[in-house]
Design a protein around this ligand. Structure first.
Ligand code: 5GP
Length: 193
């Protein structure tokens, strides 16, 4: 593992609790990216999923992309595909789509992936920055299933274990792993599992 890799430490030092259940980690993950830390995250994700077949990684814009690319570097460079949350004029062909309600914005959007980028029978690892209620990861899993591909597993950087995301994904039979799981937030303090 690379030197000084300690995601939990970084969350404790730089994470800010907003309200009762949102964690702001803009200083290293959601706005500014600590590339060295991401390198360690990618390495750890590749360790976690080393026994699983991975032909491709699927994530969603924006912050998931950097986590997915960090993992891909250590997993033999599978392609990273990211779902788009708004329909761009360039998406002219057919696409797979699934709706997800944004945890932080409260709005609902359709995650879209052009059909040409996920093939039937492929093993697809889903990666995202946060797991809360599981809407984003479930929408990505829907897209994999629509394509007739296989979900290799779900890799998350920061899981909020007190929300229902993991349960909903495990109920679908998926392997869910997180690099840091927050058990609770108490008096504004982040407590890890
Ligand atoms: P879910 O769909 O599992 O409810 O929420 C996961 C998605 O919402 C992630 O893609 C992430 O962008 C965002 N998210 C959920 N909780 C948090 C949080 O506490 N902090 C930040 N920065 N993003 C979050």
């Amino acid at each position: 593992m690379c030197k000084n890799y300690n995601l939990k430490d970084k969350i404790q030092k730089e994470g800010k609790v907003i309200g009762s259940d949102i964690i702001k980690v803009d200083s290293f993950l959601n706005h500014c990216i600590d590339v060295s830390l991401f390198d360690g995250m990618g390495q750890e994700l590749s360790e976690i999923f080393k026994e699983d077949k991975v032909d491709k990684i699927l994530t969603v814009e924006a912050s998931g992309i950097a986590v997915a690319c960090a993992a891909a570097r250590y997993m033999g460079y599978p392609d990273v595909v990211f779902a788009k949350k708004a329909l761009p004029s360039t998406m002219t062909g057919e696409f797979y789509g699934s709706e997800a309600k944004s945890f932080t914005k409260g709005t609902t959007s359709v995650f879209r992936v052009a059909k040409e980028f996920i093939n039937t029978g492929e093993n697809v690892l889903i990666i995202d920055d946060f797991l809360a209620n599981g809407a984003a990861a479930n929408a990505l899993a829907d897209i994999v299933e629509q394509a007739g591909a296989v979900v290799s597993g779900i890799g998350i950087a920061i899981e909020k274990g007190f929300q229902g995301g993991r349960k909903s994904l495990e109920a679908r039979g998926y392997k869910v792993r997180a690099l840091a799981t927050i058990e609770k937030i108490e008096d504004g303090k982040i407590i890890f599992k």
